[in-house]
Ligand binder design. Sequence first.
Ligand SMILES: [Mn+2]
Length: 379
Amino acid sequence: MKKRVSFIHCADIHLDAPFTIFGKGNLSDERRKDLKKTFEKIIDLALEENVDFLLIAGDLYEHEYVARGTIRWLNDQFKRLGNTSVIIVPGNHDPYVKNSWYRSYRWNDNVHILTTENPEYLDENLDVYFYGIGFDSFHQDSLPVQKPPQILPQRFNICLFHGTLDMQFTQSPYNPVTLNYLTGLGFDYYALGHFHSRNEELFEKGIINPGSPEPFGFDEQGEHGVYLVELAKDEGLKRECTFIKTQYRAYYEIDFNIDNIEDYHELSEKLTETLSLYDCQRDIFKINLTGWLNSDLHIDVKTLTQQFENTCFSIQFNDYTRPMYDLEELAKEKTLTGVFVRKMKERMENAEGEEKQILEKALYLGLEALFEGTVHISE
Ligand SMILES: [Mn+2]
């Protein structure tokens, strides 16, 4: 007999995250609203696709910051799903600690939380067995000790796992597991959570890490969303998955070279031109100014920020430019700088190709060290 089951798999929503890079002002409030809008989108999606389950693989909210109002709102969202079950495993940001909302709140009947003490949930109607490996403290450098899973081949077996798969364990010891350990458990599907960038490379083995539905910083570029998954059992097991983008905003870090820019007016025009390629009012920008600065161009990060902050949701500038020196004038000086420039020019005249380039770089780094007492290495 052919059986199938479908679900939305998401993780790492981090409701009420503090968004410290935006400070305590309106922007961090806006970002927290974004998280809710994105989560509402996920619920809409589950309704539209008429899935059997919604799987949340940990870090649904921030235990340290989440407001009661947000928990109430969250439960109202779950209610919208009607009979569709929500299966949750707590992560390291929403662990099943003593005062966890997972314990103290009266959640809607369709909500099932898989814990270390009680890691199983069986949906008898659809014959789907869920098993969770999550967190009951903020940090676990090895897996929690819990009853082993009961895999029966005739039913669907789904594992929700919040933690670290095949990473440098010493760097990130959050529920570390190896691929062999995980696949050895024998589940049909592994709903992972913890890492914010999506990964479906191991889908052949039934493993997906959906990433966070909304990005949290400049190190989280790329698309963010959830997975719609369908499993079918006939003779054997068939799996299908579709990535669905849900993010509201994106983070962009842009290197902007000022080498051929004459003055501030031109700089401002070129920046406007570059930003016009993006949805500025919506997205979040970090602009790194690089290159050689001619003597007519002065860069003031504060002025630039003031000029552009109203056209963008959020923009910050970093000044990595270097001054262009008048080498002829410097070479005439009767100072250490003068001697240094004369010697370096002499060596450059006798050099060719790559060596010449290296010497030129050394000359400018040397001048920077002489004038500023420090050097900034950027590529
Ligand atoms: Mn996590």
